[in-house]
Design a protein around this ligand. Structure first.
Ligand code: ATP
Length: 938
């Protein structure tokens, strides 16, 4: 047990041999990483290659086969025994390869899901993966972060951490940097009371802090209590559960049938060992024991493919659910829009400045005269507030200021770059370009306290010390000069936020350098000006300030809750992402309803919604409307609303609930700490990879690496493809097995001997279920996949024709085999069994081709469009010919060479089921009307 809580910060740093200002050196960090290992929790359940292979070799069906091989060997049938074992090994290798790929895909996804951390090394702040942290690293903790390791806190500013994952306590704990009471033995101190420590896996919900890492990886508190936290959810998905049940029921039916075949065979005088081997082979071939595994593999490999399309899957079942999504609720800023903000307007009492950039020499240049702020000092106060009440900062090389630039960068060829939130960055850039460099402002007005922004209150407050008016930028000095009380002000409080929330706490207005009462008429005028800007799609932030005679004491949120002087608004343009329009269209044709949920102004939201083609006729509800709705009313309305504006994260939860009550499968995006409950509630929680907080990512099922709405739509399509392919796989495997069982069972009734030898059955199982069916899993998207409605999440796997095809195509295949068998057997032809064997093998090759598309003909989707399948078909065909014609294999599989006419007949007859399936698809297409051809990518 460490005694960090009761050591003071200096002692902690000394003991860890590090410094708060500079952090560790890169080389020291590397050395520590080598000795301490990466900062990760080791998952006990991880499956290594050997474990996977062992699992394959010890699966029940394989064990039965091994017993069968042993029995054959004991009876002197060495060739059979060896062949059975060879097939067992092949099967195991195939299965192992798939599982291993899936396992590796999951491991890679998990690694990518590790959060990044801002850490101080060699005196600069860098962003590294949390895995690379070592004890002694100095890390910054900010609202939204997941605490990356156990840390002793060195500095705090309203830091609150929610430690539910460790202590079960869901209320966030106020953290402190102070040394805890020395009388307390830390061993007695419950985790929740170690207030100067932050523990790995807990969530920073508010404020910020600086901390030094004390323990990493498995030595952390989390590491000690939970050995397997980093798991990806492997609980069976809905589909897997259903397949599991289905598999069990089928297994019972098949075992009954096989027992029957065994009994009839024995009664008819067939040798006991032959009947035993046949029964075992049939069992192995027909029982679909691997169905749930197929789903895992398809989902895991699908998740791997999705990563290439900038979607990180955090929970495997999400891939399956994606296919049935009916509503996508999306944030606006950054997801539907580019999150590239440019300040285009400044507005206040008595002025409106248009800053829309004009193109000069092909570059956007701010269109404002250099002396603008001198002429319009109220705008200087507005921009000062916007830049100071702000956590973004300019990159050092572009930190423009009024003192070192005479003409402040209005046509600067290299525009200044801001680091931080894009909305805030745009404000800092605009201020700098008009001569108010943030660094200079901060020197004259250093920040001493703050109330961070949160999307609930939609505003942010900072308190600045007014050291001396002499140090203020000239334009700001002019701005404040008119107010007589300036000399007594010791501090300035700045607030920026959404108009309504800033107006709500303002009682005065800044008009031509003076404070005047904020009358109702003024309020109305301000609201009208705000609406006018919002109508053009602008995002507007309002700014207010409040002078103070002394530094406030007590709870800031309470002492600074009123008496602001409203200064004005800054309008910003954030263009819609160009690709979103077609993504919205795709959603609509695919039966998915896109819905915008934003904290922004209703008119701004509506403008963007119209621009990207979201349902312009749909209703718009604001957060206020939602608050006023009677219970249950939202559920009634939810299907007609396409834009929700000025909502807070709590509303998102209500919206998801209402949509789910209407039977929708909801994907919901989110980025902030408070979005986590809605992300968890949604069927698919989608977090933003770029702007999202760790908290949102932790709660989400998938992360958009590019924050782009269009990527969600692509992921939905991928989900549909994967689901489709799983269904095709099942249909293919069960149809073939059904045909085989029908033929063998009915032949016994018809007085014929067993149609296939045990090894032949096993061989068909290997090529059909092993090789051909797996190649189906990489089948490209159906051409019209995004023109069909989503499948119901609770639909039966046998719905939409799967069950029907398994029965009738299976029966047809059985009949073809039976009739051919009877014909050749009755004519006493020695090759009758080989004919049946070949027709079955070739039929399954034909079936796999036609089953590639549920609706379209093979010739329309193109024989060449699944190269892997084509290769597998060629390989299977070649191997089958080899079994028929190569003497050694003939002996093993007990085949006889087919004459050319017989080979041709078998080939011809094997296309029977293929044509039947194509005919069925043709009939269905004709009934539903032809789907226009369209080239889609896989
Ligand atoms: P979306 O929900 O679509 O991402 P949003 O960014 O507008 O939109 P929030 O982040 O919840 O949603 O912001 C809500 C409102 O709060 C914004 O419309 C804006 O008026 C205000 N706001 C946003 N960011 C800040 C900030 N950094 N400081 C002060 N106010 C802000």
């Amino acid at each position: 047990m460490s005694n960090w809580p009761r050591l003071d910060a200096i002692a902690v740093l000394r003991q860890l041999n590090t410094q708060a200002e500079t952090g560790l050196s890169a080389s020291e960090a590397e050395r520590r990483l080598e000795t301490q290992g990466p900062n990760e929790l080791i998952e006990k359940r991880a499956n290594g290659p050997w474990q996977l292979l062992w699992q394959q070799l010890t699966a029940t069906m394989v064990l039965i086969l091994i017993v069968a091989a042993a029995l054959s060997a004991a009876l002197g049938e060495y060739r059979d025994a060896i062949a059975i074992l060879a097939i067992v090994v092949f099967n195991a290798i195939l299965g192992f390869r798939q599982e291993y790929q899936a396992e590796r895909a999951i491991a890679a996804l998990k690694k990518l899901a590790t959060p990044t951390v801002r850490c101080r090394r060699d005196g600069t702040v860098i962003e590294i993966s949390a895995r690379q942290l070592v004890p002694g690293d100095i890390v910054r903790l900010e609202a939204g972060n997941l605490v990356p390791a156990d840390c002793r806190i060195l500095e705090t500013s309203n830091l609150r951490i929610q430690e539910a994952s460790l202590t079960g306590e869901s209320e966030p704990i106020d953290k402190t940097a102070q040394t805890l009471d020395r009388l307390h033995d830390p061993a007695d101190l419950p985790l929740g009371e170690r207030r100067n420590m932050a523990f790995m896996g807990t969530l920073v919900t508010y404020g910020r802090g600086l901390a030094v890492v004390t323990e990493t990886g498995m030595v952390t508190e989390l590491g000690q209590i939970a050995a397997a936290i980093q798991t990806m959810d492997r609980a069976p998905t809905r589909l897997q559960q259903r397949l599991d049940q289905l598999g069990q029921r089928l297994a019972i039916a098949i075992v009954v049938l096989i027992t029957f075949i065994f009994g009839v065979g024995v009664l008819r005088g067939e040798p006991l060992t032959l009947m035993f081997l046949t029964a075992v082979s049939l069992g192995v071939a027909a029982v679909p024991e691997g169905l749930p595994a197929v789903v895992t593999i398809a989902l895991a490999l699908g998740a791997k493919r999705m990563l290439k399309r900038r979607t990180l899957i955090r929970q495997l079942p999400a891939v399956e659910t994606l296919g049935s999504v009916t509503v996508i609720c999306s944030d606006k800023t950054g997801t539907l829009t580019k999150n590239c903000m440019t300040v285009t307007a400044l507005t206040g009492a008595g002025y409106h400045i248009d800053l829309t950039p004009r193109l000069r020499h092909g570059r956007p240049v701010l269109s404002a005269p250099p002396q603008l702020l001198q002429d319009q000092p109220a705008a200087a106060l507005l921009l000062t507030g916007a830049a100071l009440c702000n956590d973004a900062f300019l990159e050092s090389h572009s930190n423009l200021s009024h003192s070192n630039r005479s003409a402040p960068g209005l046509s600067d060829p290299q525009p200044p770059q801001a680091i931080g939130d894009p909305t805030e960055g745009a404000l800092v850039v605009a201020a700098a370009r008009l001569g108010l460099g943030k660094a200079d402002l901060e020197q004259a007005l250093p920040r001493v306290a703050e109330i961070p922004f949160d999307s609930e209150h939609k505003r942010m407050v900072t308190v600045h010390k007014l050291a001396a008016t002499a140090g203020l930028p000239a334009s700001l000095k002019t701005a404040l000069a008119g107010e007589s009380a300036t000399g007594q002000w010791s501090h300035l409080v700045f607030m920026k936020g959404a108009l309504d929330s800033v107006l709500a706490v303002s009682s005065k207005l800044w008009v031509e350098g003076r404070m005047v009462p904020l009358t109702e008429t003024w309020r109305q005028q301000i609201a009208i000006a705000d609406d006018q800007l919002a109508q053009t799609g602008m995002r507007i932030l309002s700014v207010a300030f409040r002078p103070l005679d002394s530094l406030p004491t007590g709870e800031l949120a309470q002492t600074l809750a009123q008496d602001y002087v409203f200064v004005g608004g800054v309008g910003m343009m954030d263009p819609a992402r160009p690709e979103v329009k077609s993504a919205v269209l795709t959603c609509k044709t695919a039966g998915i309803r896109p819905v915008m949920i934003t904290g922004d102004h209703p008119l701004t939201a509506q403008h963007i919604a119209r621009e990207i083609g979201m349902d312009a006729h749909g209703r718009l509800l604001t957060g206020q409307d939602l608050d006023q709705l009677p219970p249950g009313a939202l559920t009634e309305l939810v299907d007609t609303v396409s834009v929700y504006a000025r909502v807070s994260p709590q509303h998102k939860l209500a919206i998801v609930q209402a949509l789910q009550d209407q039977g929708h499968i909801v994907a919901m995006t989110g980025d902030g700490v408070n979005d986590a409950p809605a992300l968890k509630k949604a069927d698919i929680g989608v977090a933003m990879g770029v702007t999202g907080t760790d908290v949102a990512k932790e709660a989400a099922d998938m992360v958009l690496l590019d924050d782009n709405f269009a990527t969600i739509v692509t992921a939905t399509k991928e989900g549909r493809v994967i689901y489709d392919n799983i269904r095709k796989f099942i249909k293919y495997v069960l149809t073939g097995n059904c045909g085989e069982l029908w033929a063998i069972a009915l032949a016994l009734f018809w007085g014929m001997p067993l149609l296939l030898k045990p090894l032949q059955i096993l061989w068909i199982n290997l090529i059909a279920d092993g090789l051909l069916a797996l190649a189906l899993s990489v089948e490209p998207a159906e051409q019209d996949i995004m023109r069909c409605p989503p499948h119901r999440s609770n639909e039966s796997i046998f719905s939409r024709g799967v069950g029907r095809d398994i029965i009738w195509i299976g029966l047809l295949l059985g009949l073809v085999l039976l009739i051919v068998a009877h014909h050749y057997w009755a004519a006493n032809q020695a090759n009758w069994q080989t004919m049946v064997f070949s027709i079955l093998a070739f039929s399954r090759i034909g079936l796999v081709q036609t089953m590639r598309s549920e609706r379209n003909s093979l010739f329309r989707i193109g024989v060449m469009s699944n190269k892997l399948l084509l290769g597998t078909v060629a390989l299977t065909f070649g191997l089958q010919l080899a079994i028929i014609y190569v003497p050694a294999l003939q002996a093993l599989f007990q085949t006889t060479a087919l004459s050319v006419p017989d080979l041709l007949i078998s080939l011809l007859l094997s296309t029977f089921v293929f044509w039947a399936m194509e005919l069925e698809k043709w009939l269905i297409r004709n009934r539903q009307g032809q789907v226009p051809a369209e080239q889609t990518s896989p």
